[in-house]
Design a protein around this ligand. Structure first.
Ligand SMILES: [Zn+2]
Ligand SMILES: [Zn+2]
Length: 380
């Protein structure tokens, strides 16, 4: 390993126990979409305490996520993503400070990844404008340099009926819960006609207040996912029919709107991913070779939107478990010392990619050219 890379790795190791404290602090205070005040506070305090105020030419963006899930806390391990971002930045900063290397690192706090599209808001306010490339990594079951993340669109569906006493005058009511149930059933029936790569999943978020009141309103929230935006539109059209049909059947009115902040599929930069693998392997990381796992469809991320603005990578890294994300089991793994150690290892691999880029600006050209080619190929 080159001296500069050892410098970055040593800088990360030096802060391991502080990073572990931060990770546990975030784990102990799970905050949801756009409410990540505590996480934001502790992360920025840490960066300030480490003197982050660098400036120069080539800008590498490191994404931190730190939101939790309702009811089950940090079951997506975003406490680890938060400190992975800090670790990458620590490693890079050490090299920029002491290694006579020119460059800049920007740590971007990205709230509300779980459905809130925080990065899309950041794109819209120009937060990615000055960055050259973007990187982050997500804990998972496998080491995947270019995981499959599909496009996603969410939709709120609201049925409006009419309340009435459910025993005395039920015939005067219009039952919005019945509409919601029919809607749910229709979507479930339709699922057989969806392609294997398509996903539709929903919950009833409001199903009335009391059994003796005919529910006047009912609401559902659905996520629809597909590998491409075009396919996603096809699903949206089919869903519209289900939503409308349930309204007609029950005499309710329905309103629904697909979220304009849809998540794009992830477009990984091949060059950056290859550099990540090369550096990771030098640290002893073993990457997945099983084709089924490499092509396995995961969830969706607003990093997909970033990946269409900037050359990006969003690898998944294994916490040495087969346990699924979004479970209490995975939440408990995200708190372990072993998950912490794994996180720092992958942070080092990303920091090393950054060092390669700073030292060899022609690489940025290669990365950006590939990015343009991928964008062009998509629109053809
Ligand atoms: Zn998640
Ligand atoms: Zn996540």
């Amino acid at each position: 390993m080159s001296n500069l890379k050892s410098l970055a790795c040593a800088a990360i190791d030096k802060e391991s126990s502080n990073l572990r404290t931060l990770s546990l602090d975030i784990w102990e205070h799970p905050e949801l979409c756009f409410e990540e005040h505590h996480a934001h506070e502790v992360l920025t305090n840490f960066l300030e305490s480490k003197g982050f105020l660098v400036s120069a030419t080539l800008v590498i963006g490191v994404m931190c996520e730190y939101d939790a899930l309702p009811g089950i806390g940090h079951a997506c391990g975003h406490n680890l993503i938060a400190i992975l971002g800090l670790s990458v930045a620590l490693g890079i900063k050490e090299v920029l400070d002491k290694g006579n290397v020119k460059g800049k690192v920007t740590v971007l706090g990205c709230p509300a990844e779980e459905g809130g599209g925080g990065k899309i808001d950041l794109i819209n306010v120009g937060a990615y404008k000055d960055l050259d490339i973007a990187m982050m990594a997500h804990p998972s079951q496998f080491n995947l340099p270019k995981p499959v993340y599909v496009a996603m669109s969410q939709v709120k569906v609201k049925y409006q009926g009419k309340a009435s006493h459910a025993s005395s005058f039920p015939w005067n009511g219009v039952n919005a819960l019945d509409a919601a149930v029919l809607c749910y059933q229709s979507v479930s029936c339709m699922r057989q006609q969806l392609k294997p790569t398509w996903r539709v999943h929903g919950v009833i978020t409001n199903g009335g207040d009391k059994p003796n009141i005919i529910p006047e309103t009912a609401e559902l929230l659905y996520y629809a996912r597909a590998p491409s935006g075009e396919e996603l539109q096809d699903i949206q059209r089919r869903l519209g029919g289900c939503f409308q049909g349930a309204a007609t059947a029950t005499g309710c009115t329905v309103t629904y709107a697909f979220d304009p902040k849809g998540y794009d599929s992830l477009m990984s930069n091949n060059k950056m991913a290859a550099m990540y693998v090369e550096n990771g392997e030098s640290l002893g990381i073993v990457y997945e070779h099983d084709q089924n796992k490499l092509s396995k469809q995961g969830g969706s991320t607003d990093m997909g939107n970033v990946s269409r603005v900037l050359p990006s990578i969003h690898p998944k890294f294994s916490l040495n478990t087969e346990v699924s994300l979004h479970t209490t089991e995975f939440r408990d793994i995200a708190k372990t010392e072993s998950a912490h150690v794994t996180t720092l290892l992958h942070a080092k691999a990303l920091a090393m990619v950054a060092i390669d880029v700073y030292l060899n600006p022609s690489l940025v050209q290669v990365i950006k050219e590939e990015f343009q080619q991928q964008l062009t190929a998509e629109t053809q």
